[in-house]
Design a protein around this ligand. Structure first.
Ligand SMILES: Nc1ncnc2c1ncn2[C@@H]1O[C@H](COP(=O)(O)OP(=O)(O)OP(=O)(O)O)[C@@H](O)[C@H]1O
Ligand SMILES: [Mg+2]
Length: 309
């Protein structure tokens, strides 16, 4: 378990992490979400002792990283900017990490096999593809067989096979009872793999809940309906639910079922050309929750629940 308590990090005038408190429980995959610059990487770096908190604490199984007797056996991390000497082979990189932590060379071969790098392990890192580097970084995180694992944007730049592999790997770690914290921008990915999500914006906590709970918080089912008389249907719906106009002939209704929308249209004599429930996505929940905390980037043009002008 990872425990973050009133964690704060200030870089000069920038408040990167602002009084953050949350837990990452064992046996589950916890997704760590937030816009660019929200403070995800900074938080993760503080958990593994690469950055010193301005205030507050981050502990792994109750102990601060700096006080862990054998840190590599307690927590493993893939944090993106790993220093890898390009002229070394993948195997040599892992052996150096193992030796300096009292880990036997046989374990190096185990992690190489675990991440599927058997063929590439003898090659120099400078010739590795992005996916191979990610695998090597994960192998390094696994060296001490730690019960707590952190992955900062592990699927960045990976192809579909790589993404699916990471997903299965994270699931497997959690099923083994490990603590897994994974940051990502790919909401659909997070939705597929995360049992829980911690969402932050501008360094502050926005949500900390089960993925299902976050999806339920969207205000009930969402229904898409197409009709040539959208204006008329809209007028009737808007008294009963949240309605957005997504195209001249298309509405999105939150809070009513397809049956209710269909019956209402029928009562009005409005013909329907399409009526279906839209699967609730973490992306929608995320956009709704982070609306006010986007640090970079423009508005969300794809937002589904905008009011009709
Ligand atoms: N070493 C540093 N020195 C100064 N400012 C920093 C440093 N590291 C991070 N920051 C600032 O802290 C804030 C949080 O950055 P951080 O990298 O933690 O965000 P993030 O959520 O990981 O973003 P991204 O999704 O882009 O990876 C940003 O405003 C960033 O500019
Ligand atoms: Mg980051």
């Amino acid at each position: 378990m990872i425990s973050v308590r009133a964690l704060t990090k200030r870089y000069g005038g920038v408040l990167a992490v602002d009084d953050l408190t949350f837990d990452v429980p064992a046996g589950r995959v916890t997704g760590f979400l937030g816009p660019n610059g929200a403070g995800k990487s900074t938080t993760m770096r503080m958990v593994v002792g690469l950055d010193r908190p301005t205030a507050g604490t981050a502990t792994v199984n109750g102990v601060r990283y700096a006080d862990l007797a054998e840190p590599l056996r307690e927590v493993g991390a893939l944090l993106g900017a790993e220093a890898m000497h390009p002229a070394r082979t993948g195997r040599a990189h892992l052996r150096i990490g193992a030796r300096s932590n009292g880990i036997l060379p046989a374990r190096v071969e185990e992690v190489i096999a675990e991440v599927g790098l058997e063929k590439a392990a003898g090659r120099r890192i400078k010739g590795y593809s992005l996916g191979m580097r990610q695998r090597l970084g994960i192998a390094a995180a696994l060296l001490g067989d730690p019960p707590v694992l952190l992955f900062d944007e592990p699927v960045n730049g990976l192809d579909l096979d790589g993404v699916r592999w990471i997903r299965a790997l994270l699931r497997g770690f959690a099923d083994e009872g490990r603590t897994v914290l994974v940051s990502s921008h790919l909401m659909s990915e997070v939705q597929l793999v995360a049992d829980r999500v911690v969402i932050i914006g501008r360094g502050r906590l926005i949500a900390d809940a089960d993925t299902d709970e976050v999806l339920r918080g969207l205000g009930g089912p969402r229904v898409r309906v197409r009709t040539p008389r959208a204006q008329e249907l809209h007028r009737a719906l808007v008294e009963r639910a949240a309605v957005g106009r997504t195209a001249p002939d298309e509405l999105e209704v939150t809070g009513l079922s397809t049956t209710e929308v269909g019956d209402l249209a029928h009562a009005l004599g409005v013909p329907l050309h399409h009526l279906a429930e839209v699967e609730q996505s973490l992306e929608h929940a995320y956009l709704a929750l982070t609306q006010d905390s986007v640090e970079h980037g423009g508005h969300h043009s794809g937002r589904p629940q905008g009011a009709v002008a």
